[in-house]
Design a protein around this ligand. Structure first.
Ligand code: 9MR
Length: 371
């Protein structure tokens, strides 16, 4: 049996150890150069934030985020299924926390997303009438965009409205509200959030056919006299296969429409995949070869990843008059959605920081590009 005295000294020792570890973690985080500082004269550096990060469950993580990023997009909590779970019930708790988080750490928030066919509230499935869909659409935009006007920088007003060939995706909104629903969404957002920047966001919209559809969509919004401030290219790409030429042409062409151009969900997948893009309903069957790097990333792939990130950031810098933000889809490799898509439970390495928030070779290449 331990005496009371020894229990006290043991707990003191333990507390000391914890303090030292925390301080070291903080000091370590401080010793890593800051991306937000490195690019402060060029464009914003953003990250996607999950629930634990928004709730600041781990102080070291918070400190790390605040040091590296000056923009953030909620990975899930502002999507309609979560913020508007029932017909007449909204849940603003975490989104309000995110606004506070942004204020506290000087991080600007991009709202994601008002109108998307995915992660819709359950109750939408039961609705068959056009009038009710219109009421949901109108009330949702007015209420959510209205609440955060002046509190967040921007909204992805509509997300992923296009097919790969540039035609309009057949969503519940297209089917019930018709071809002009995207313009309508921007009109409603403009009314509800006059002080907030309004963006269209999609993946693969750097690819020529989808890009042409995206440009047509933007021109339609502009022709209606409705405000659109920017376009987001998500940037879910694959190592060794980043479409640099299409990306550059897209920056130039979207920029020519008078829009800000943003890379909004950047990650570079390193695992085998037999298709491109980020269609969340698309899945792949796991086999013996689909999860090859559970014990670490081979150096050749690590170097290729670094080279791809370096070339990307050089391109972004070349066009920094148009590129206003680059957001990574996650803080570190451990948090990335790519560990679970399109195959569950893989070990992926798509970001600049490893699972312990340590910088990877790609981080140093990106940093060097900023000089
Ligand atoms: O990263 C998000 C993941 O946690 C969710 O499970 C998924 C559900 O649809 O959405 C992910 O984020 C997506 C983003 O909102 C829109 N573009 C594609 C992103 C990756 O799927």
């Amino acid at each position: 049996m331990l005496s009371n005295k020894s229990i006290t000294s043991l707990s003191t020792a333990l507390l000391l150890l914890i303090n030292v570890a925390t301080e070291q973690g903080g000091a370590l985080a401080q010793s890593i150069p800051s991306l937000r500082d490195a690019f402060k004269n060029d464009f914003g550096i953003g990250t996607a934030l999950n629930n634990a990060q928004i709730e600041e469950r781990d102080p070291q993580t918070t400190e790390f985020i605040a040091r590296q990023f000056n923009m953030a997009t909620p990975e899930n909590i502002m999507k309609s299924a979560l913020i508007h779970p029932k017909w007449d019930t909204y849940n603003f708790e975490l989104a309000d926390k995110l606004v506070e988080f942004g204020k506290k750490h000087k991080i600007k928030i991009n709202g994601h997303t008002l109108i998307w066919h995915s992660q819709l509230p359950m109750f939408i499935r039961g609705i068959k009438s056009q009038d009710s869909i219109r009421t949901f659409f109108t009330d949702h935009i007015k209420t959510v965009a209205g609440r955060y006007d002046g509190k967040i920088l921007s909204w992805d007003v509509v997300n992923e409205a296009l097919n790969e060939d540039g035609t309009m995706r057949k969503t519940v909104f297209l089917q019930q509200l018709g071809d002009d629903y995207v313009t309508e969404a921007f009109r409603l957002a403009q009314q509800a959030a006059p002080k907030t920047e309004l963006y269209y966001n999609d993946y693969n919209n750097e690819q020529p056919a989808k890009r042409a559809g995206c440009i047509a969509l933007i021109k339609k919004i502009q022709a209606a006299g409705v405000r659109i401030d920017g376009v987001g290219i998500q940037g879910h790409w694959h190592v060794g296969n980043v479409p640099f030429k299409d990306i550059e042409e897209s920056i130039v062409q979207y920029g020519a429409l008078g829009l800000k151009v943003m890379f909004t969900e950047l990650d570079i997948e390193v695992l085998p995949r037999n298709f491109q893009g980020a269609e969340v309903s698309q899945r792949m069957t796991a086999n013996a070869e689909s999860n090859p790097y559970t014990n670490g990333l081979p150096d050749t792939v690590q170097q290729q990843l670094a080279a791809d990130y370096e070339a990307l950031f050089k391109l972004f810098l070349k066009h920094k008059d148009k590129v206003t933000r680059v957001t990574f889809w996650g803080v570190n490799d451990g948090q990335s959605w790519l560990n679970n898509w399109p195959v569950r439970g893989r070990t992926n390495y798509p970001l600049l920081f490893d699972r312990n928030n340590q910088p990877k070779p790609a981080f140093y290449k990106v940093l060097a590009a900023s000089k």
